[in-house]
Design a binder for this molecule. Structure first.
Ligand SMILES: NC(=O)C1=CN([C@@H]2O[C@H](COP(=O)(O)OP(=O)(O)OC[C@H]3O[C@@H](n4cnc5c(N)ncnc54)[C@H](O)[C@@H]3O)[C@@H](O)[C@H]2O)C=CC1
Ligand SMILES: CC(=O)C(=O)O
Length: 334
């Protein structure tokens, strides 16, 4: 297997990236996949979006419904098929085909079913789109990324998971609401598992130019983000998916936008810092597992993993999260 050494980050990126080569294949046209395809077109992330699903009626219907709206989007096309050939020569393949949680199930409960899908699916995708950057979305995303990476034989830089990009946007939303500032000015990451053991990196979080942990003292709003509030926010982030699934059976809008951001970072060679799930080797003492940490993402995929300042508690929680994910991967022989 190719070693996941951090690639050298080359010089300045081309302004706007190269949008001529922009075919995105979305695998799975369910709640997440169809919303992702829609978000890609609405944001103008790619020129060509294709949907692939084993359910022919569904995939054709979703593609047609989206196609009827492209008159109102930036330049783009959409098509759908139950033939994997539709994914040929895609620049990015986003895999949303997987088991989904029923109320009460954790993401880790889905490992066996989703890995079963990947054993057959990933080799067929690599055969038709060997140069693609692959973004795994199906759950449990860290375990499935680790398995899919090994099944694919691709370099770890080009096969990674959407990780905690969604969880971090949930965190930023809640912090912004608490402080009364724009969510875009909250720079905070969730690391670790995309799931119950995830870890908010409070120590390195910044609001505007103010360290998050100093926000209350420096703004004269004592107590605004004190320990009790941070614990409540953490609990709300961790339970978000359960709450939404209880109410409507799936989460789809925020994940559709989150994965679109990752795709934009790749296709536009943005070198954006996003907490995607990649295979870690000797990262803060963690190896042999896919987990989210802040990474530089560009056209060659994950260019570098960054090491933020972490407290002793955060580091210990990150290592516990790694153990938990690694144990589930091992149950399935990965
Ligand atoms: N990573 C993240 O942050 C998030 C991950 N998810 C995960 O995304 C996955 C999809 O969720 P939903 O769209 O709600 O599920 P869904 O059940 O609505 O859609 C899954 C689709 O995959 C298709 N499919 C199954 N096997 C296939 C195969 N071998 N080839 C092609 N298509 C296949 C099904 O026909 C179905 O249309 C789940 O695993 C879910 O847990 C959901 C939200 C957030
Ligand atoms: C379902 C899921 O993984 C999420 O919404 O976070």
């Amino acid at each position: 297997m190719t070693e996941p050494t951090d690639a050298h980050v080359p010089g300045p990126r081309p302004p706007g990236g190269d949008r001529r080569r922009s075919k995105v294949a979305v695998v799975g046209a369910g709640a997440v996949g169809s919303t992702l395809a829609y978000a890609c077109l609405v944001r103008g992330a790619a020129r060509e979006v294709v949907l692939y699903d084993v359910d022919r009626a569904r995939v054709e219907a979703e593609a047609l419904d989206i196609a009827h709206g492209v008159a109102f989007t930036p330049m783009g096309t959409v098509d759908g098929s139950d033939d994997v050939e539709i994914c040929r020569d895609a620049d990015v393949v986003a895999i949303t085909a997987g088991a989904k949680q029923k109320p009460g199930q954790s993401r880790l409960d889905l490992a066996g079913a989703t890995i079963g899908i990947m054993r057959d699916l990933v080799p067929r995708l690599v055969a038709v789109a060997p140069e693609a950057t692959v973004v795994m979305v199906a759950n449990p995303v860290d375990v499935v990324t680790y398995a899919g990476l090994q099944i694919s034989g691709l370099p770890a830089t080009r096969f990674f998971g959407s990780g905690t990009v969604l969880d971090s946007s949930r965190l930023r939303y809640l912090v912004a609401r608490e402080c009364g500032v724009a969510v875009q000015n909250v720079h905070a990451y969730i690391a670790g598992e995309h799931g119950d053991s995830e870890v908010p990196l409070w120590s390195s979080a910044v609001i505007g130019a103010v360290p998050l942990l100093e926000w209350g003292r420096r703004t004269g709003a004592e107590g605004v983000l004190d320990r009790a509030v941070r614990e409540r926010i953490t609990e709300e982030v961790v339970s978000s998916a359960y709450r939404i699934i209880e109410g409507k059976g799936a989460t789809n809008y925020a994940i559709g936008l989150a994965v679109t951001r990752i795709i934009e970072a790749v296709l536009r060679d943005e070198r954006s810092i996003l907490p995607v799930s990649t295979r870690l080797e000797d990262y803060l003492g963690i190896s042999g597992v896919c987990l989210s940490v802040p990474c530089i993402v560009g056209k060659d995929g994950v260019l570098r993993r960054l090491e933020p300042d972490v407290s002793d508690d955060e580091l210990a929680a990150l290592r516990r999260s790694a153990e938990k994910v690694r144990a589930v991967s091992a149950q399935f022989g990965f």
